[in-house]
Design a protein around this ligand. Structure first.
Ligand SMILES: Cc1cc2nc3c(=O)[nH]c(=O)nc-3n(C[C@H](O)[C@H](O)[C@H](O)COP(=O)(O)OP(=O)(O)OC[C@H]3O[C@@H](n4cnc5c(N)ncnc54)[C@H](O)[C@@H]3O)c2cc1C
Length: 303
């Protein structure tokens, strides 16, 4: 819930003007309207610069055409934060992309197919279709070519996604622990075996390590430190906590044996939901690329 509200409003909080904040962020914060975030396209996920959605100037307005996909909350949203190329469609320069606030009710805006997902079924994801949607100048976010500023919103989101990973790992470990303390085997319980206890210890340690990385990332984001030099520290939290969620949900499912595989217990749900976390908001590989860039550039350095 927190993530879906913050994703489309984040760029406005960072790059938007007061009028845009009043018209879109305030009612979203009050729970009166919902919004969604349109960056990904069928041919352009990690490779954001490969997007094809275009915005062409028409007088003072812009006409937007293209298809966004895998958009969380697409069918429930009242407005969308949409990224589109205003410059040369083949350009790979960041300033060829601008950000627009698009309302659901405007002519040319429609929802396409909804996805059939493996997990995270509490919210729909799907396509947003834009067919010559007329966007007035007051709905351009920041400057034309202001992609970089809007993307800072994504950096600031890393601790929120990381927190989802931690909560998921904690839930899985607590559930599995209570189960194995009750489950008899070989005249003892599963929890009595040292090999199992070490697994609990490793997961507990990793959860606490992820928490500390995430608290630091949240503190940085709160201080407005989400520009390039802070990126590796924000990405570390997202990378580590979401990979932990996948590992811990898998290990905990195993601890329950067959019961873990059945829908009578929440483990299979945790396992399916965790898989999404390492893909959204910059995949694990994208985070690793950002962290390594930070080391290469000495943003993350220890001298
Ligand atoms: C449930 C769900 C909800 C989503 N919600 C939204 C949303 O609300 N709004 C939105 O805009 N998008 C959303 N997405 C899309 C998500 O942001 C993309 O899936 C993500 O950015 C990855 O893009 P992709 O799927 O096209 O993978 P690709 O970019 O095709 O990558 C495929 C694989 O290759 C790896 N890879 C890519 N490039 C490199 C590289 N240079 N080096 C090494 N490995 C690489 C990736 O890490 C990945 O493992 C959602 C996705 C899911 C699953």
């Amino acid at each position: 819930m927190l993530l879906l509200t913050r994703l489309p409003t984040g760029p406005i909080l960072i790059a938007g003007n007061d009028d845009q904040k009043q018209r879109y962020v305030r009612p979203s914060a009050a729970g009166e309207v919902r919004a969604a975030f349109g960056l990904s396209e069928p041919q352009a996920g990690s490779d954001v610069m490969g997007m094809r959605t275009r915005a062409v100037r028409d007088g003072d307005d812009w006409l937007l055409s293209g298809t966004k996909c895998w958009m969380s909350g697409v069918d429930q949203a009242d407005w969308y934060c949409v990224f589109a190329k205003t410059g040369d469609p083949a350009s790979r320069e960041h300033d060829s992309i601008s950000v627009f606030i698009v309302e659901r009710g405007w002519p040319g805006v429609s929802v396409g197919s909804l996805d059939r997902k493996m997990g995270v079924k509490g919210v729909d994801t799907g396509e947003l279709l834009l067919d010559e949607v007329r966007v007035p100048p007051e709905n351009v976010l920041g400057e034309i070519g202001g992609f970089r500023a809007a993307m800072l919103g994504l950096n600031a989101m890393r601790p929120v996604v990381a927190a989802r990973g931690i909560g998921l790992a904690e839930g899985a470990l607590m559930y599995a622990t209570e189960y194995i303390k009750q489950r008899p085997a070989f005249g003892r319980t599963i929890a009595d075996f040292q090999g199992i206890q070490w697994k609990l210890a490793e997961m507990a340690t990793e959860i606490e390590a992820a928490r500390l990385l995430t608290y630091r990332a949240a503190w940085l984001a709160d201080k407005g430190r989400y520009t390039k030099e802070w990126v590796p520290f924000l990405s570390m939290a997202k990378y580590y906590a979401t990979e932990l969620a996948v590992r811990a949900s898998g290990e905990c499912l195993q601890l329950l044996g067959a019961a873990g595989y059945m829908k009578d217990h929440p483990m299979e749900l945790f396992y399916r939901d965790a898989r999404q976390l390492t893909i959204v908001e910059g995949t694990t590989q994208v985070q690793l690329g950002l962290i390594s860039r930070g080391v290469l550039d000495h943003d993350c350095w220890w001298d």
